[in-house]
Design a protein around this ligand. Structure first.
Ligand code: ADP
Ligand code: ZN
Ligand code: ZN
Length: 724
């Protein structure tokens, strides 16, 4: 009988198209379908008896997979993301498939050459002459393993091909094809650390609830031993034969973190990071799907890894903004992971020193179980904060005399110092001292940043680069001065003040090349580099063995920023960077330069800590009808002609009038013009997720029509991280 099959054709901006088929393909299987004038890959997302479409349907060309390629639970996760984040399924399913599979590759692991003994080790030894010691060693090496051993592993262990050939001729081993399972460390497993009382309670509470959904919020300052808690819980999950998914922020995936995991478990681990090529990505995905790897560690997109025996999800640094995808499908990996854990009925751990206000609110509402680690695992003395009032001070390249003196004292004691400034480049503005002209971007409403290293002025929004102007185009004066500070400027100044000190700079310009970040971090980690100047790239997830001083130069940005999350992020950042300071034998010190030394929130943060600070912020969010008490979506639109954007946004605003939501705007985006595009936005506020979703869904049906022929590009951002 002919059936109607709903096929999601990737990147068509639609959920699915109807096709006919005489066989019933599995949900989640890939198919080839005729699409316009070509053949495209699609995923089966539904099978029905009839269609709403009144045109005659085309039929599926080929069914690629007998089994679902995307398992049922992930398919439902994609459906949820589609509905919650208001994105068509055809944009979400590609996230759940490695590129090779999106191109139609067969669903299987790459096969590799392997070897296995054909007889017992004892009889193998007898067949070989006594003096062939290397051959005997190879027999021992192979006899310790049950499965075929990849040739690559054998060679890595110091044996060569002629030894293999000799044993093959002696008929004690056979050659076969096997799959490439990631190597398990040869070194003995490291023993778990003896835990302190709080760690013990945390581990026990989680381990008691491994058989059903529950969200644990593990709050502990940096170095309080959260990772140790994950490790000891994971042991129990692995013992049950289950898999574990660990998500970390984009730059949290450090070699140190991986080393800690591989040293602790003798199970195959798959790591998803941005340096994987397509084949490696396919292999890692397939290994997880076939339950060969037990542990998957990765950034945001690893959320979509199929894991049939998934038993636990861990989200490290859950407050980190990199879990939210900022383009394409704007999903939040933490929130989607919560859905996945719920649907799979397994526990999930959210770890952070500085939980998001959303998560704090959720434990206050008893949706999450809070587990606290209040002490540093390695007893370090308490931190010493100092606010430096810069209102009346002379700043040299952004630094006060007092700050410089403290930096030098710490360096003289052979300690490490981190100077934090969240702006790359040399100076954010080039100004004519004579007439006040500023170097601006042609394409954006923004100033050009001076990059002295490359002798250029650069737009940080559209990437425009020009050579540094030699004179003012307005009044022809030659006195152009850099105003404000960036990482390069601070670095150069400190390098001239501390000529004998080894320094590194960490910002996006400096670490843009592959592995550059790793190399820089290794120099910090080994203690070779003593003075670090960096942006927030440096703020988290790294280990500084001798760090005793953190200097924050531009805290005020957080206070002046209009965005509703700016203060939360500033508090998180200050707490995170401060948490890096302090060694067992030296107290840590944090200097904060500010024009607002009496700011109540800054003082509360320093005196009472992040939690008290977060409670105050929550109160103000409640008063202002902002998340987590209210639900937001931003609708962003842009085009070369501003009128078209306005017309479009007014039309879709109109489409939502009958819904119980507040729609603010159209208003210019904080960066109102970028790359010659005029950008405007609507802010939609609702008292519940359901009303928000209903209004947006209704609006989307109108929006598609309203953009036809206008050149307006637009997107919806549900639960935005910022309003820019
Ligand atoms: P977090 O993940 O909270 O930053 P970690 O788990 O990385 O903390 O722990 C910080 C340091 O303390 C690590 O060097 C770790 O080996 C050590 N550590 C953690 N727990 C203990 C413990 N119970 N006893 C001794 N050292 C510990
Ligand atoms: Zn001028
Ligand atoms: Zn620009």
């Amino acid at each position: 009988m002919t059936q109607v099959v709903q096929v999601c054709v990737l990147h068509t901006n639609r959920d699915y198209f109807d096709y006919t088929s005489t066989v019933e393909p599995s949900l989640g299987a890939r198919v080839w379908v005729p699409f316009r004038t070509t053949t495209r890959l699609g995923i089966v997302v539904g099978v029905q008896a009839s269609t709403h479409c009144n045109k005659p349907l085309k039929s599926i060309t080929t069914v690629i997979d007998d089994e679902p390629m995307i398992p049922k639970e992930l398919l439902s996760l994609c459906h949820w993301i589609s509905q919650y984040y208001q994105s068509p399924l055809s944009e979400i399913l590609p996230l759940a498939l490695p590129k090779k599979y999106r191109q139609g590759a067969a669903c299987q692991l790459p096969q590799i050459e392997s070897y296995q003994l054909t007889v017992s080790a004892g009889s193998a030894h007898q067949k070989i002459g006594v003096r062939a010691t290397r051959q005997h060693a190879l027999i021992d090496f192979l006899s310790n393993r049950l499965d075929p051993v990849p040739k690559k592993t054998i060679l890595q262990a110091g044996f060569n091909t002629s030894l293999l050939n000799a044993l093959h001729i002696a008929q004690v081993l056979k050659r076969c094809e096997s799959i490439d399972i990631p190597l398990i460390q040869e070194a003995p497993i490291e023993a778990p650390l003896p835990v302190n009382k709080e760690q013990g309670i945390a581990i026990q509470s989680i381990v008691e609830h491994l058989s059903s959904y529950r969200c644990f919020l593990l709050q502990g300052v940096t170095g309080s031993g959260k990772t140790e808690v994950y490790l000891q819980v994971i042991v129990h999950v692995l013992a049950l034969g289950r898999q574990v998914l660990i998500l970390v922020p984009e730059i949290g995936l450090t070699p140190q973190l991986l080393a800690r995991f591989t040293a602790r478990f003798h199970v195959p681990i798959a790591v998803f990071h941005s340096n994987l090529n397509d084949t490696q990505r396919q292999a890692a995905w397939q290994l997880a799907r076939d339950n060969h790897v037990k542990l998957v560690i990765g950034t945001r997109s690893a959320l979509f890894t199929p894991m049939p025996a998934l038993g636990l999800i861990v989200i490290d640094e859950e407050h980190d903004a990199s879990f939210k995808q900022m383009d394409g499908v704007r999903y939040h990996a933490r929130d989607a992971a919560l859905m996945r854990a719920h649907a799979t009925n397994i526990p999930i751990i959210l770890g952070s020193a500085t939980p998001s206000l959303e998560s704090i609110n959720n434990y206050l509402r008893q949706k999450y179980t809070l587990l606290r680690l209040t002490q540093k695992a390695l007893n370090s003395p308490p931190l010493y904060f100092e606010i430096i009032d810069i209102r009346t001070q002379v700043l040299t390249h952004g630094i006060t005399a007092r700050t410089l003196a403290v930096i030098k004292t710490h360096l003289a004691q052979d300690n490490q110092v981190l100077v934090f400034i969240n702006r790359r480049g040399f100076a954010p503005v080039m100004l004519c001292h004579h007439c006040g002209w500023m170097a601006d971007c042609r394409a954006c409403d923004s100033h050009l940043t001076l990059h002295k290293d490359s002798h250029q002025v650069v737009c940080h929004h559209c990437g425009l680069r020009q050579s540094v102007p030699k004179q003012c185009p307005n009044c022809q004066h030659r006195e152009l001065v850099p105003v404000g500070i960036g990482t390069q400027r601070v670095f150069n100044y400190l390098a001239s003040e501390c000529p004998k000190i080894t320094m590194v700079r960490i910002d996006r310009d400096e670490v843009s090349q592959k592995y550059a970040l790793e190399t820089h971090l290794a120099r910090i980690n080994s203690g070779e580099a003593q003075l670090m100047v960096g942006t927030q790239l440096l703020a988290k997830g790294h280990h500084f063995p001798r760090l005793t001083l953190v200097v924050v130069l531009d805290a005020d940005n957080g206070f002046y920023n209009q965005d509703f999350r700016a203060l939360e992020q500033l508090g998180q950042l200050l707490t995170q960077v401060a948490g890096r300071a302090g060694r067992a034998e030296f107290p840590g010190q944090v200097l904060i330069q500010t024009h607002l030394p009496h700011h109540p929130l800054l003082n509360q943060l320093i005196q009472e800590g992040y939690e008290a600070f977060a409670q105050t912020l929550l109160l103000s969010r409640r008063e202002a009808n902002l998340p987590p008490y209210y639900f937001l979506a931003v609708i962003r639109a842009q085009a070369t002609q501003v009128e078209r954007v306005l017309t479009f946004l007014h039309a879709i605003k109109e489409a939502m009038v009958t819904h119980p939501v507040t729609v603010l705007g159209p208003a210019p985006a904080p960066l109102a013009r970028k790359a010659h595009q005029h950008r405007l936005q609507l802010l939609v506020k609702a008292s519940s997720r359901i009303t928000l979703a209903a209004a947006l869904k209704h609006m989307r049906t109108h929006a598609a029509l309203a953009t036809i022929g206008t050149g307006v590009r637009w997107n919806i951002d549900v639960d935005p991280m910022d309003l820019s």
